[in-house]
Structures are given as structure tokens and as C-alpha cells.
Design a protein around this ligand. Sequence first.
Ligand SMILES: Cc1ncc(COP(=O)(O)O)c(C=O)c1O
Length: 392
Amino acid sequence: MSNSVKTFLKQVGKDYQSQSVNPPVVRASTVIFKTIQDIKKTQSKYKKNPLSKNFDYGRKGTSTTFVLQDLLRKIENAYQVYLTPTGFGAVFLGIISIVRPGDEIIITDSVYSPTRFLTEEYLKKFNISAIFYDPKNLNDLKRKITNKTKLIFVENPGSNTFEFQDLNKILSFAKKRNIFTAIDNTWGTPYLIKPLDLGFDMSIVSATKYYSGHSDVMGGSLAINKKLFKKVELSQKAIGSRLGPDDAYLIIRGLRTLDIRLDKHQQNALKIAKFFSKQRKVKEVFYPFKKNNNQYKMWKKYYSGASGLMGIKVLSKNKNSVIKFLNKLKLFSYGYSWGGFESLALYQDKLALGNRSYTKLNNNEHIIRLHIGLEDPNDLIADIKQAIKSIR
Ligand SMILES: Cc1ncc(COP(=O)(O)O)c(C=O)c1O
């Protein structure tokens, strides 16, 4: 890509054939050909070069999804990108392409909880084991590698507790033992960090979040290097789950402003993080803004910026008063999926955090996840100020 990603995202997908600045939405289950020779030509082109567009059946994609696939391939510096109907679908496709009965996967302890369910509970039925490592102690990861380890699955930063890890260290452990590596990069997106350039084999992003940016569509992307191409291509063919053209169109539309939105999410989040760091009831702010601590260093080493998702650890013996704080917020809705233009809050106690081994929470500690949206940050701070008085 010769232009910067900012320029690329504004220019990509222009369609001079339809004379439309945006790619047309091509909806097709049946893909038609004039002659049998024409369909054979498409198919043999794909056989010779599996990266060529195999437009002979709707499930394999249409010109709209191919535009999104090409766009993401460029910004991820990937060999290929697979589009899935949800972000979690991309997690599943990535993992299932690699592991077989008898294999072990080593995973960040603070991984997105459905990923924990998939690996810890569901894949157990297929004799695949999940082992979780402490994201704050990578020697723990190193110790857990065995001859059965097939995949190291990293989420960076971790969900809700936002641990930033030394990614090169993880990659060096994996390379020495020929272990595949995957990263859930939904928080950073390839605008802030390019995991495949670092040496990861797979980079997963929930397109539902910052790619779409408007909280109205779901999708996922699995970007891979050449080494994994045959494996993932085969799994995708076997599973048959793909993103539809209307959703692809909305994600392309969102991606036009990914850079602008993320820059502003960061600006707003930084102000809110500083505000929280001065509040008596807030013990910790999970956001990379305080220089010279290890978490900040790890973030700075790998990321060109930060997004809008953060957490705070609140101290209170009175859980109801913490809930009251959340209920009193007027500009922060209560909701799970994040990455849109709007601010959100979420209460996380021990139960909500799930089965973790390394997140220690005392009874008087409460984690609140906040998505800092694109509103005026002064209004957000005023809203927090009027609500935070409730915490006793
Ligand atoms: C870190 C992370 N990965 C993956 C997902 C799954 O994405 P989706 O909701 O698109 O399935 C989420 C959703 O919240 C997430 O937070």
C-alpha cells in the first residue's frame, strides 16, 4: 500500500463501471453464466490460483464481499482474509482450522468469555484441551508449553482487565517450538497494530465493533499468513459460513472513517481516564495513559494509539451503590457490544468475569467496563460527576 491507510480507506472500492463511488451491493445466491465454458473458466482460474475470486456460487462471496476482503487484506498485510457473519465466527474458524483431537491450546486467561467457553468447554468434547496463562507473567505461558501445544491464542489487551503483553516474547516462545499463533485484535484493529507484520499467523477482528462503528451490523475477519492458507481455506469450505453482501457493504461504509473515529475515541478516552484517576473511589484505571508503568510500556512498544474501550476498578463495600452509579449515568447506556459511536457502561463482578484463574477481585472491588464514544467529552465527564457521588 503506497498511500497511508487514511487515504486508502477513502479511495478504496470506487466503481467506475457502475459510476458509483461506493461498490454496488451484489446480492446473489445463484451466479449465472451464459455458457458452460464460462463457468468452467472461472472454476479453473480458482484451481490454478486459489486467491482469485471464485464467483460461481453465492456462499463463496459476491463482488461486494470481495471488495471488503481485498480492503482488509491490504490493511492487515495478510495473504488472505476470511469474512465471517460475526467476530466470534472468526475466532471459531481460526481455532478449528488448526487444532485436532489430542492437541492443546494455550490461551490468555482474560480472553473474551465466549472464546473461553469454546476452548475450555466445547472443544473438550473433541479431546482438545485449553490451558490458560497469566497475561501478566509470560514465564507462566512458557512453562505451560508441551509437545502437544498446537496453538497459542492471545487476546491483547485482555477483556475487561486490559492487560498489555509483550507480544514479541510470546512469538519467540512459539517460533522456537513450531507452534501456531493467533491474536484477537478487536481492541486495536490493524489501524493501531499489525499483528501479521509482528509474526502472528492469524489476526482476528470483530468487524461488529470499530470496523462498522455504528452498532448496527455484525461481522468478523480472520486474516492469515501464507503458511495457514490451505488449512483455513479447507475449513471455510467445510463450514460454509460467510458474511452477506449487505453486511459487507455496511462494514465498508464504516471503515471509511475508522481512522477518524479511532483518533477521536482515543482523545475522549484519555480525558475520561485522567478524570477517573483522580477519583477517590477509583483504585485503578485500565487504560494506557500513565507513563512509566509496565502496562504503558507494553502498549507503547506495539501500538500507534489506543481505542475507546477501558475499565476502572471501583472500591466499595456497598455493591448496590456501584450499581446505582451505573443506573444514574444518562449518557452511557448499559450494553455489551462496543465499538460504535456511543458511550456504554458494563458492570463486571467475579461472576461476570467468568472462570478466570489469575484475576483476583476482593469483595469490595468492582470492575466497570466503559466504552468511550464520540460525544463531547466534557458532557461525558459532567455525567460521570453527577453519578459517581452515589458510590458509598
Ligand atoms: C475481544 C472480542 N473478541 C470477539 C468478540 C466477538 O465479536 P462478535 O460480537 O462480532 O461476535 C467480541 C465481542 O464483544 C470481543 O469483545
